[in-house]
Design a protein around this ligand. Sequence first.
Ligand SMILES: [Zn+2]
Length: 282
Amino acid sequence: MPELPEVETMVRGIRSHVIDRVIENIVMCPNDFKPISVVPRLPQLRKKLIGHRFVEVRRLGKRIVFDLSDQSNLVIEPRMTGLMVLSDPPDVNHLRIQISFRSSGNFDSLWFWDRRGLGTVTWLEPGRLQEKLGSRSLGPDALDFDVERWIECCGMTSREIKVLLLDQKTVAGIGNIYASEILHRAGIHPSRPANSLNSNSIDKIAAAVRSVLLKAIECEGSTLGDGTYRNALNQNGSYQNEHRVYLREGQNCLSCHKGEIKRIVQAQRSTFFCSNCQKERK
Ligand SMILES: [Zn+2]
């Protein structure tokens, strides 16, 4: 968390307000917390950014990439609780970075807010983005996958399908919430070895990836009970209302109304699934 739909929502929320804006300053917001990771250190970062213009902002997996007018890039990774906000943050204590703009616009600044402080801000010289986040470290975006690609990826490994969905080197953007929801919609048990899935099952996974992620983007992501995730204007997402298994352990399945939602741990992460809709073997 945030995953592809939440980061996509952040990008869409800020894009029109930051493109073509000239950076006036970048500062760490005063608070008592351990500072978040900023590379290079702030004095150097300020020299790199001030006076330059954002020409594009886009999502790369679960990261936000700003393209600058000098061809360099600023990469922000929200990790667990990071948010990009234009105004009205969830609280002022956890504001971490302020990027202020010289030219006029609806908002004077773009902020990075992060409750847990695990997010990172990294500036990359022109040409270094590919080396840092190219195909060797980050797989193709989940929304760019077609069935053939899924067949190829699943065929190459006996890893459990849930674990494969979380592997950012294989497929970028899916995290723990959406992996459980996708496998539930597809009717696939999360522990199935990827290479044991037949083409019919892979078709279902491919379709569920698209339908779940696109619907979640439409809903502007999932705001869980801890209320951490918000869009750029501090409004909740609504896809949590569509969750069928995530955090619903012990409850009745919303899809079949017969099975009970179970929780198992895979690769140190909780997985939720319906014991009836998602049988171990089909
Ligand atoms: Zn069920």
